[in-house]
Design a protein around this ligand. Sequence first.
Ligand SMILES: Nc1ncnc2c1ncn2[C@@H]1O[C@H](COP(=O)(O)OP(=O)(O)OP(=O)(O)O)[C@@H](O)[C@H]1O
Length: 265
Amino acid sequence: MQPTNDAIIKVSGLVNRFGDQLVHDKLDLEVRRGEIQGIVGGSGTGKSVLMRSILGLQTPQEGEIRVLGFDPRSGRAADRHGIETHTGVLFQDGALFSSLTVGENVEVPLKEHHPEIPDRLREELALLKVKLSGLAGETVSKLPSQLSGGMRKRAGLARALALDPPLLFLDEPTAGLDPIGASAFDELIETLQESLGLTVFLITHDLDTLYRICDRVAVLAEKRVLVNAPIEEVERCDHPWVQEYFHGPRARAAQSTARKDKKKD
Ligand SMILES: Nc1ncnc2c1ncn2[C@@H]1O[C@H](COP(=O)(O)OP(=O)(O)OP(=O)(O)O)[C@@H](O)[C@H]1O
């Protein structure tokens, strides 16, 4: 699906504070439908708090948020249900239930939101999502502890996709993966985004991911979104953090790999 100018997430004037610590100060962000939106920023700049606010898992002090038209701050059951059923989330550690098999983990959201689906069909749907996430079919009967870190991420992704959500949230999906595993995961995200027409909200520190698959990148600094643009434009922002991050040796390596990848395409 081609990106459009239509905002699927709109955040205006967001304020998040923990005691004396102000994390967001009138932060604004728009995420366009059909895009892979990267979110980057130094440690502790509030990327996860932003994601949690959008999902209604955290109550900000001020601001307006709309996610596919739903309001996570309203406290209404209809808004909460709307967000839960239209979004999939892959948390940093995969957040799988350790006592359930991979298949049972993927079945959890289906059981919760579609109890009318017969057991057999639910198992088949879970198997489909597991395969879609690049895992072998027999993985459904494994426990999370029997999987590698990369496989656990894929299992978490399968669960995030269980309800066919149009909007996918990924919190540092390639953290802890080796470069080959990380690159394969990037490819999977890109393929799924294109084939399922997803919008992806992707928090990452991984420069390769930012260069390879993000349509736009939002930089969090100074308690707000400093810039949100295609990466070539972000690189030109003269803020010291952006300059250090996007013009250091690691960024140069990521830029050159991304260029090589583009040439191959
Ligand atoms: N529930 C909470 N109670 C108190 N402080 C919190 C809470 N959640 C987050 N914070 C604080 O808010 C700030 C932003 O946290 P957040 O996890 O969003 O950062 P981040 O940008 O995702 O960082 P990282 O890149 O290290 O994961 C941090 O200083 C954190 O300690």
